[in-house]
Design a protein. Sequence first.
Length: 134
Amino acid sequence: NIKEKQISIPRHALGPTLSKIASSLNVKSNNLTITMINDWLENNNQRVLLYRTPIASILGAGVYKIASIHNNKNVILVHEDNVFYDLEADQDADKVQIEYLNEDIIDRMEEYLKTVEFKRHALSKFVPEDFDSK
């Protein structure tokens, strides 16, 4: 149950957050269980920059809270509204990237993205009129 502007990522993609969690819990990172990590994430606002490639506009990037981790390698779970409307993806194995940025940069990025006007791109202009989709 991923909520809007939240993601669930594989454990191996946790990056620098893993040592942050381990330090916070006074545990070695290799002793952290998925339950321990998910409990910590539930109570802490760990945000990342997430964007799809190829990216159609700056709005194809966003700041997302890591809601949980899992063991499904190379799978990032994103709320369906964020997939279609924010990332402009279609769930056919779209590629996304995660960037771990410091809090100041994440805050600035989040504020900037709130000011950008949304504009849908008409991709039909790239399809010939006589194109048969059968």
